[in-house]
Ligand binder design. Structure first.
Ligand SMILES: O=P(O)(O)O[C@@H]1C[C@H](O)[C@@H](CO)O1
Ligand SMILES: Nc1nc2[nH]cnc2c(=O)[nH]1
Length: 300
């Protein structure tokens, strides 16, 4: 009998023991015990270079880890300290368009949770849909539209493992409002508020960029930016109780006009990340510098 995304065969899902085996192996490679995980988007891996006392572990050496296949994603975990926080950075993430299922794409998030991570910072490169945005703007993600999840391709499909979280997790609070406010305030303090906005990120499957009709439809749905990642990771992070802070770098404007001759392409995406990577790194550092090391102390 044919299987659908909602009834993925158990073999495609990962067991608690798989996640634990990976977490145990990572613990055996470093004494660092990160509380913050950072997933770096396309061309945005430079943030991991900022860590002090770095321990670098290639994905190919990590049990059960997938490999990155996309240009701009290096394929290694970097442990280290940033602004006083013990962090683990994914220099390269996984996407469903690479052929990975939603369980593999989100595999690292549950491993991070088992390692003791409490806060997840996600970054991505995205196409701008909001006509007031410009290329090079930074969007603080205040909400998402999880397009794969809405049609049943959700990493929480299948039997629920209560050791991670509840069967029906809430997503109306997916992006931590206190961290969002701190990010906005930090951006203003750093004098970059003019190109930092808040907005809704829509995840689509890719790897095609949007047709004009698709771009228009997503804008009508309420998306301010569109990309091919992040929402699945955030769903799994919220399921296991992590706080989430998300950033989209607007690397191109989605074409929504039949008279336009612009054509989205990955080279342009990577070029724009070069232009803004320092600002984004500075912003993340500025936020971490003001964030209490113990998340329980946040805003006490
Ligand atoms: O990993 P992210 O979401 O930053 O990567 C975006 C989406 C595609 O992977 C790629 C398209 O250029 O950039
Ligand atoms: N889907 C999608 N992903 C992107 N990632 C960077 N730019 C884009 C875009 O225009 N569309």
């Amino acid at each position: 009998m044919a299987t659908t995304a909602t009834t993925a065969p158990a073999a495609h899902r990962c067991s608690y023991e798989d996640y634990e085996a990976t977490a145990d192996w990572l613990r055996s490679q470093t004494e660092q015990r990160p509380k913050v995980a950072i997933i770096c988007g396309s061309g945005l891996g430079g943030l991991a270079e900022q860590l002090e006392n770095r321990v670098v572990i290639p994905y190919k050496d990590i049990p059960n880890f997938p490999q990155t296949t996309v240009e701009g994603h290096q394929g290694q975990l970097v442990f280290g300290t940033l602004e006083g926080h013990q962090c683990v950075c994914m220099q390269g993430r996984f996407h469903t368009y690479e052929g990975y299922d939603v369980y593999k794409v989100t595999y690292p998030v549950r491993v991070f949770s088992l390692l003791g991570v409490r806060t997840l910072v996600v970054t991505n490169a995205a196409g701008g849909l909001n006509s007031s945005f410009s290329v090079g703007d930074i969007m603080l993600i205040k909400d998402h539209i999880n397009m794969p999840g809405l049609v049943g391709n959700n990493p929480l499909c299948g039997p629920n493992d209560d050791r991670f979280g509840v069967r029906f997790p809430c997503m109306s609070d997916a992006y931590d409002r206190d961290l969002l406010a701190l990010a906005q305030q930090t951006a203003e303090g750093q004098g970059i508020g003019a190109f930092v906005h808040q907005g809704v990120y829509c995840m689509v499957g890719g790897p095609t960029f949007e047709s004009i009709a698709e771009g228009r439809a997503l804008r009508t749905l309420g998306a301010d930016a569109v990309g091919m990642s992040t929402a699945l990771e955030v769903v799994v992070a919220r399921h296991c109780g992590l706080r989430v802070l998300g950033f989209s770098l607007i690397t191109n404007m989605v074409v929504t006009d039949y008279d336009s001759t612009l054509k989205a392409n990955h080279a342009e995406v990577l070029d724009t990340t070069l232009m803004r990577t320092q600002d984004l790194q500075g912003l993340v550092r500025g936020i971490l510098a003001q964030m209490p090391v113990d998340p329980e102390d946040l805003y006490k």
